[in-house]
Ligand binder design. Structure first.
Ligand code: ADP
Length: 577
């Protein structure tokens, strides 16, 4: 028997006072319940899948090409071998084990292999620039880096700048290893885990032990590390699975297009095994044709991705007159769902859309837009209007809107303010104390989003605090303008940014990327917006670009756009002299 770090019998949550201890009033000592201390550690999730759903499949489109089929039992066994390999390789509890990897079975094995013995699985976003990747690896002081062959050029370029990494593991077999490489201590994953013991002990440590690390993309300042605990991940998975949430079950076939490096694939790598749902891993290919192939051949019932991915799929479906007979629901989040995507899924393909909002700091689920009978009773247009909002918080997330002074604002669906949250899967602070105290006096975290909440409890994001356009002392929602603009048939993507204005402080400029082969003039775009937004929200000008820049998680890179249009003079300024 190989022992993990929890080999000795532990007293899991007794090392420190229980969470929330000391907050109750009264003079008497509490009468404790007589229930088991069953630490909330993620090893129990995969263990549950092995015992109860061991035969259920995890299907991967491998980076090498072929589609392979594994079961939860196999993933479990190989994850244990990965744990043994890491322990033999000198991994200590709390070490950060980085991955630069697509969604695959091997990534999932590494994920549980590291976490279940007290390692911290650090997903690095490969879409960042190599210098940013090196910066993050150094900040995290990763000791091991597991990566896909796709990212060999990145690792070749940065390894000399990453002194803490002792071991590089290429997520492939001997046959696909590079003939020549400058990467030191490089080993093929299959060789690394081959013949290793499956007897290693998992879990048996404090549930508050760290198990995951994910850096926010750093659209403002340096990236900041969010350090998840076993407890927060287990509670987050249970929370995300509520009926008005992901609502998965053993009969589901789940395709997480959202990458594991994007905020834990929104919890799916935990929710899948927890429920026994089958998981289809898309590997490196996320274009419309590849995603459709998996949806169709694997009879996927549930999927999750950002709007840009769904746009590619819908274009593929339309161009080839295809249908989606198996898909029941899609979760769309990461940025606001445009109406045309919502309507296309629901009205043309009979696929229910669940609009979700969240962020890395929230593990990431913050709200989900399942409908309520009151709204359904009001008819289709109201359903669409509510589905375009970001939804209601599940049990486990508390949210409220506050003004600049921190005072609560009315839940009237109109008054916007700063969206603040707290809960069992919300960050308490950033890794290594970056940014200092991030909570207010009541323990709420400021999301940086500007939003309102309506009397039915639906939250609507109107902007990110740094993207909001401030005109004449009022706020203009860039998201609203963008969502309407992308409804124009010639428009592929749209971004609204605020430009400095001598009279109004800021005025909106609408930046448009047209669909290939399509044409639309400035006047046509403005006429299209007319009547759909308030008069004073009308952009002062429309600029056309070849391509709207996207950031590492597929969202519009407004920082870059603001930089590109820094010297742009709005016609209203010229007119004002
Ligand atoms: P980053 O902050 O680095 O972009 P995240 O992926 O954590 O990384 O992004 C979280 C942010 O994404 C939220 O604060 C919000 O601004 C935006 N976001 C996420 N989901 C939605 C949504 N459904 N509608 C509008 N904005 C969203």
């Amino acid at each position: 028997m190989v022992f993990g770090f929890g080999g000795k019998k532990p007293s899991p949550v007794k090392a420190a006072p229980p969470v929330g201890a000391g907050t109750s009033s009264g003079t008497q000592a509490p009468l404790y319940g007589l229930m088991q201390d069953f630490p909330l550690t993620v090893d129990k999730i995969l263990e549950h899948a092995r015992v109860n759903h061991g035969f259920r499949e995890i299907v991967t489109r491998t980076v090498e090409g072929p589609i392979i089929r594994q079961t939860y039992a196999e993933i479990y066994d190989r994850a244990k071998q990965c744990s043994s390999a890491l322990l033999e390789d000198g991994m200590k509890m709390g070490d950060r084990i980085a991955t630069l990897a697509w969604n695959t079975g091997r990534h999932m094995e590494t994920w549980y292999g590291a976490m279940c013995i007290g390692g911290v699985l650090h997903t690095v976003n490969p879409r960042l620039f190599p210098e940013q990747i090196a910066w993050i690896i150094n900040h995290a002081e990763d000791t091991h880096l597991f990566f896909d062959t796709t990212f060999l050029p990145i690792v070749e370029a940065i390894h000399s700048k990453c002194p803490t990494v002792r071991r590089y593991v290429l997520l492939t077999d001997e046959a696909h290893m590079p003939k020549e490489t400058s990467i030191p201590n490089l080993v093929a994953y299959e060789t690394y885990i081959a013949g290793k013991s499956r007897d290693v002990v998992w879990g048996d440590f404090d549930e508050r032990t760290a198990c995951g690390l994910c850096y926010t993309s750093g659209t403002t300042g340096d990236p900041k590390g969010v350090l998840y605990s076993h407890r927060s991940n287990v509670l987050h998975a249970l929370m995300a699975l509520q009926k008005d949430g992901l609502a998965l079950g053993a009969g589901d076939v789940v395709l997480p297009v959202v990458p594991m490096f994007h905020a834990n694939a929104w919890g799916i790598t935990f929710c899948g095994p927890l429920t026994g749902a089958s998981i289809i891993m898309p590997g490196a290919k996320m274009d419309g044709a590849s995603i459709f192939e998996l949806l169709d051949t694997e009879k996927v019932t549930f999927s999750a991705a950002v709007p840009t991915v769904w746009l590619m799929l819908l274009q593929h479906l339309e161009a080839n007159s295809l249908s989606l007979p198996h898909l029941g629901r899609v979760v769309i989040g990461g940025s606001a769902v445009p109406e045309r995507i919502l309507r296309a899924f629901e009205e043309n393909y009979q696929v229910e859309v669940v609009h979700a909002w969240g962020m890395t700091e929230m593990s990431p689920m913050g709200s989900l837009g399942s409908m309520t009978p009151e709204i359904v009773a009001k008819g289709r247009d109201e359903v669409v209007r509510y589905k375009l909002k970001q939804g209601r918080p599940p049990f486990g997330v508390q949210m409220k809107i506050v003004d600049d002074n921190g005072a609560d604002v009315a839940r009237d669906g109109k008054t916007s303010g700063h969206l603040v949250v707290r809960g069992w899967a919300v960050a308490n602070g950033y890794f290594k104390g970056v940014g200092g105290n991030i909570l207010d006096k009541d323990g709420f975290f400021d999301t940086g989003d500007v939003a309102n909440i309506c009397p039915l409890g639906f939250m609507q994001i109107t902007d990110r605090a740094k993207d909001v356009i401030k005109s004449g002392g009022e706020w203009i929602s860039s998201i609203d303008i963008e969502n309407i603009a992308v409804g124009h048939p010639a428009v592929a993507n749209a971004a609204a940014i605020g430009l400095a204005h001598p009279k109004w402080d800021e005025r909106p400029l609408l930046i448009i990327e047209l669909k290939p082969g399509e044409n639309a003039s400035r006047e046509e775009i403005l006429t299209f917006l007319d009547g759909k937004i308030a008069k004073w929200w009308m952009p002062d000008d429309v600029a056309f670009v070849e391509k709207i820049p996207l950031g590492a998680t597929g969202k519009i890179n407004k920082l870059q756009l603001r930089d590109t249009f820094k010297g742009y003079i709005l016609p209203t300024i010229q007119a004002a002299g």
